[in-house]
Design a protein around this ligand. Sequence first.
Ligand SMILES: Cc1cc2nc3c(=O)[nH]c(=O)nc-3n(C[C@H](O)[C@H](O)[C@H](O)COP(=O)(O)O)c2cc1C
Length: 276
Amino acid sequence: MVVVMNKTINTMYFSPTGTTEKIVSGLAEKISEKIDREIAIKNIDFTLPGVRNETVSFAGEDVVIIGVPVYAGRVPNVLLKYLNSITGNGALAIPVVVYGNRNYDDALIELKDILELNGFTVIAGGAFIGEHSFSKILAQNRPDEKDMAIVSDFANQIYTKITTQDNMQTVAVKGNRPYRKYYMPKNEQGIAVDIRKVSPKTNDNCIDCKLCVNVCPMGSIDDEDVSKLNGICIKCGACVKKCPTQAKYYDDQDYLRHKHELEVGFADRREPELFI
Ligand SMILES: Cc1cc2nc3c(=O)[nH]c(=O)nc-3n(C[C@H](O)[C@H](O)[C@H](O)COP(=O)(O)O)c2cc1C
């Protein structure tokens, strides 16, 4: 039997430190390798704010692999408006969430619900692990080779599902409804602390290359004075991890305590979870 897949493979991701991009692109590449003809993967990287002003809509012949990092156990709230504006028109979707080895809580079910409300048919979903945005040691260098082997296996399963089922079955994923509240760090007394106002400082290593200005997903770093913020900071880690001279750092005690607590408390390796 010759299996024909007349689908266009699309990827969409928000990925300030690149781990979500690695999983989503890896999945798309592995699926397209199975298809017996040259196909181009269409990609929308919506990490930068300008891209999120453009409207996006799909059609029935599209397969869309869409990924976001897990922030506070949920889909990053700054993305909700954009995500809700994407139209599926019956396209098949594979939601992917990538988390920093603590937990993905209700992020995957939330992303799946958003996609279904937008008119997508959700046929598979996955939660993967990426190096934590706050840390250089928590889930260090993940996704790694072992993760990418699981990505490859997941791609095979997705390909099989798409090419063998006439009536695409939707998938159930792990998570609670109603969703749990946004996860909040606690201080030494066990009281929840709000680190939303925390933002990175800039030290003398800064060579004013403006890279941070160009990678900030909120477009918040002042072009003239890169130590100044003109908008909100979501603590995504892009400016800190991408700075070529390690000039961006945090000194907020609650933030640093939380980071340490995560590094100590969630050191045991977690493994990807696939739903299909
Ligand atoms: C504001 C914020 C909140 C986060 N919350 C969680 C969380 O609840 N659970 C978790 O395991 N990781 C959490 N992370 C870590 C990221 O989900 C993880 O590092 C992810 O791989 C980052 O994706 P990216 O490389 O595509 O930016 C959080 C990161 C940030 C910036």
